[in-house]
Write a protein that binds this ligand. Structure first.
Ligand SMILES: NC(=O)c1ccc[n+]([C@@H]2O[C@H](COP(=O)([O-])OP(=O)(O)OC[C@H]3O[C@@H](n4cnc5c(N)ncnc54)[C@H](OP(=O)(O)O)[C@@H]3O)[C@@H](O)[C@H]2O)c1
Length: 214
């Protein structure tokens, strides 16, 4: 169930055939300038911006607000295995506070990865539970949360019922192969599909579908 005390919005830019990147991981840029500005405005609204380890490994993102004015959100990386190299801009640029959420049993005595603070969390299997992530961030005063990808990370929050809003921006692009957007446990009948209340807006040449989940 979505949490009463925090708000979590996920954003993904994808092709018409549901890909967020090429097979080699190239995703910049699937969508246009209007979506880039929209994403930076979402960052400016957010207390924290969450990304999965795959995105940090592949894109080396900064996750800062640059295309509009606003405060820098706290950057939050999900890296349960604590396997990311320290040589990522997020961990060294000092542009904003950065947290690495990792499995408690992988952390040992380590408290920092470069400039970033390591936050140990209990794991369910090899995954950090979305509810535990939200609770840990709320304890730090981070209530308005943006999940910026990638597909695996957003899918885990969605599967756990831990998203309040899902914004998918469709680019009029067909890749035909590549990294998938959402992947959920298989359903056998259409009755099992999620059918959120949704609105859509033109965003330059792209189409923003805003799914209201809570
Ligand atoms: N188009 C877009 O909107 C967009 C946005 C962002 C990224 N991208 C692209 O997408 C690709 C990366 O996406 P991706 O789906 O492959 O990977 P991802 O979602 O960025 O990262 C997935 C990894 O993050 C860690 N993780 C995520 N949730 C976790 C949880 N609840 N508990 C523990 N660990 C968790 C796991 O790392 P471990 O397996 O190491 O434990 C997991 O394998 C890149 O090519 C990037 O360029 C596109």
């Amino acid at each position: 169930m979505p949490h009463a005390h925090s708000f979590l919005l996920a954003h993904l830019a994808q092709s018409l055939d549901g890909r967020i990147a090429t097979a080699g991981g190239e995703s910049q840029w699937l969508t246009g300038e209007a979506d880039l500005c929209h994403t930076h405005r979402l960052r400016a609204l957010a207390d924290g911006v969450i990304v999965g380890a795959g995105t940090v490994r592949q894109d080396n993102p900064r996750l800062t607000v640059r295309h509009c004015s606003g405060d820098q959100p706290v950057r939050v990386v999900l890296d349960a295995k604590l396997a990311l190299p320290e040589e990522r801009d997020l961990f060294s640029d000092g542009a904003a506070e950065t947290l690495v959420l990792a499995a408690a049993d992988r952390v040992g005595g380590k408290t920092r990865l470069g400039n970033a603070e390591i936050v140990p969390l209990a794991c369910e299997g090899d995954q950090l539970a979305p509810a535990a992530i939200r609770a840990a961030l709320a304890r730090r005063g981070l209530y308005w949360l943006l999940v910026e990808g990638g597909g695996v990370t957003v899918s885990r929050f969605l599967a756990a019922g831990a998203l309040d809003r899902l914004q998918i921006v469709l680019a009029p692009v067909i890749l035909g192969s590549g990294r998938p957007s959402l992947q959920l446990p298989e359903i056998s009948t259409l009755a099992g599909a999620l059918r959120p209340r949704a609105r859509h807006f033109a965003l330059g040449d792209d189409m923003l579908v805003d799914c209201i989940l809570s």
